[in-house]
Every structure is written in structure tokens, then in C-alpha cells.
Design a binder for this molecule. Structure first.
Ligand SMILES: [Zn+2]
Length: 293
């Protein structure tokens, strides 16, 4: 029986133009061994591979780990957490092998294999009033754990979709992507955006693991919601318009994160000492620089 499954799936992988080990691992995770269920999965993976390998110049089809983004995008469900959990299962099966079907494989991944964390924030609004068009970059001015707890408290009146730990890039999701987080101090922009909070302080430099993990997450978000990967759509909190005061920025609270402080009036271009490295972040996001070190 196993030999037959191996034969059927291997020949399907060859026809679809996807790596045999990857399709075998997906079939083990999805508990699906027939052409009927795996044929559409192989076609979906190939379609997402065409999309990702065409846009990310740092990815190579011959490296199994570089299929991670395509595996995530082909996963059932639209949220990062579901997609990351699915990809983690597939790559665990690849790493450990599947008895009788697949020998253990060697590969490097863009981010850690741990199961994605969820700590649902106390404050956010269900659904969206406007289509998602922006990704907003924040920094915590504090610790990862402190920020998680802050968003768990109903008193905070704020939330973000994702938190990223500085030391290793671990990601916690606190608001589902299809819901509206309270983060930008501009209601329309809240409704139009996904928010990522980064551990650390704007007056200090941000760690390497944080940039890489955030960029890997941002790749998935911008791909999934068709957000252009440019600085008009991937913006800092300090670039969010103040809804009550045209020409001023940082939302109505005039936040300057992820940069240091305002030089005078809060216009987006006079933040002092912006140590958030936009060139580096955008290079990682677009694939101009490799997200895997
Ligand atoms: Zn902020």
C-alpha cells in the first residue's frame, strides 16, 4: 500500500513540478493519500511557488526551505497563525521523515519551527470597515512580555495584530488579521491596516533576528492581502496622518515610533534619529536581501 502511495504521489509531484519530499510531507500532514485530494493541493502549491519564486530574488526552487512562503500561502485559511502552523507541521514531517514514505530531509527555514502563539487582545473590533491596504510598523518602547500583557488588559484600549521578540524573532498574534486592531490613533487607518509591534526602544538599534522575523511575517501579510511592498503602503506609526490636524502625523497621539522623537511639529520627515533601518527592512521584505542569514 505504502509503495503504491509513494508511486502515485511521486509521479504527481513530478507532473505538477513540485518537490517530491514536500508533497509527501503535505500528504502525511493532511492525511490524504489519493490523487483526488492531492492533485488540487499540488496545483495550488505550484501556483504559489510561481508567485513567490518570481518575486523574491533570494529564494531558489532547489532549496526545500525556500518553499516555506509558498507552503504557507497554499495553506487552508487566511490568517498567518493557521498558515504558519500548517507549514510548521509540514516542515516537521520533512525534518523527521515519514516511515515508509520519506527519509528525513535537511533544509534551512526563514523562521523558527515552533508553534505560532496566540494571546487574544482584550480590545479590538470585529471585521473591517475598509479594505486592508497598509502594514504599520510600531516599536514597543518596552518588552515583548510587557506588551503582550498590556494588550491582554481591557484598560489598555490598544492592541496590535502581532508582537515580535527582539532576541529570536518569536511572533505572537494578538488580533486576527481579518479584525481591526486599535493601534494607529486614526480610525480609518486602523480599519485599513495590519499592525506589527517590535520589542525594543527607538533610541537603540533593533536586533537582526527581529528584522528577519518581521520581514518573513510581512512577506506573508503583503502577499496574502495584496499590499504593495513599498514605502507608501508599509509605513511607520510616525507616518500615519493625524485625522484631526491635516499635515501632522503619528495619528492623533503624534506617536514617533519606530523612530526616536519629533524635531518640532509632528511632520513625518522631521523625526530625530530614526534607527529603524527602512532600507534593510524593505530589502528583506522584497527579497532584494536574503531573509535567511
Ligand atoms: Zn505605535
Amino acid at each position: 500500500m505504502l509503495a503504491e502511495v509513494l508511486l502515485v504521489l511521486s509521479s504527481l509531484a513530478d507532473r505538477a513540478g513540485v518537490p517530491r519530499p514536500l508533497l509527501l510531507a503535505m500528504s502525511a500532514v493532511e492525511k490524504c493519500e489519493t490523487l483526488e485530494c492531492m492533485e488540487p493541493r499540488a496545483a495550488e502549491l505550484r501556483a504559489q511557488a510561481d508567485f513567490t519564486f518570481a518575486q523574491y530574488r533570494d529564494l531558489r526552487e532547489e532549496r526545500l526551505g525556500d518553499w516555506h512562503e509558498a507552503v504557507m500561502l497554499s495553506a487552508p485559511g487566511s490568517d498567518w497563525r493557521d498558515a504558519a502552523a500548517y507549514a510548521a507541521e509540514v516542515y516537521t514531517a520533512l525534518r523527521e521523515g515519514v516511515p515508509g514514505l520519506l527519509a528525513p530531509q535537511d533544509f534551512t527555514l526563514p523562521f523558527p519551527l515552533g508553534p505560532p502563539l496566540l494571546m487574544l487582545a482584550a480590545n479590538f473590533s470585529e471585521g473591517r470597515e475598509l479594505p486592508i491596504e497598509y502594514l504599520v510598523i510600531h516599536d514597543m518602547e518596552g518588552s515583548y512580555e510587557g506588551t503582550q500583557l498590556l494588550f491582554l488588559s481591557a484598560d489598555t484600549q490598544a492592541s496590535a495584530h502581532f508582537d515580535i521578540r527582539g532576541a529570536d524573532g518569536e511572533i505572537t498574534q494578538q488580533v486576527p488579521s481579518t479584525d481591526t486592531a486599535w493601534h494607529a490613533a486614526n480610525w480609518d487607518l486602523n480599519s485599513q491596516s495590519i499592525a506589527i509591534e517590535h520589542e525594543g526602544f527607538a533610541e537603540l538599534a533593533f536586533p537582526d533576528a527581529l528584522y528577519r522575523s518581521s520581514a518573513a511575517l510581512a512577506r506573508f501579510i503583503t502577499d496574502k492581502f495584496a499590499i504593495p511592498k513599498d514605502r507608501q503602503h508599509v509605513i511607520g506609526h510616525y507616518e500615519v496622518p493625524d485625522p484631526h490636524h491635516p499635515g501632522w502625523y503619528g495619528g492623533y497621539g503624534h506617536h514617533s515610533d519606530p523612530c526616536d522623537a519629533w524635531a518640532g511639529e509632528p511632520t513625518w520627515h522631521n523625526v530625530i534619529a530614526c534607527r529603524w533601518d527602512w532600507d534593510r527592512y524593505m530589502a528583506l521584505l522584497t527579497g532584494a536581501a536574503p531573509v535567511v542569514p
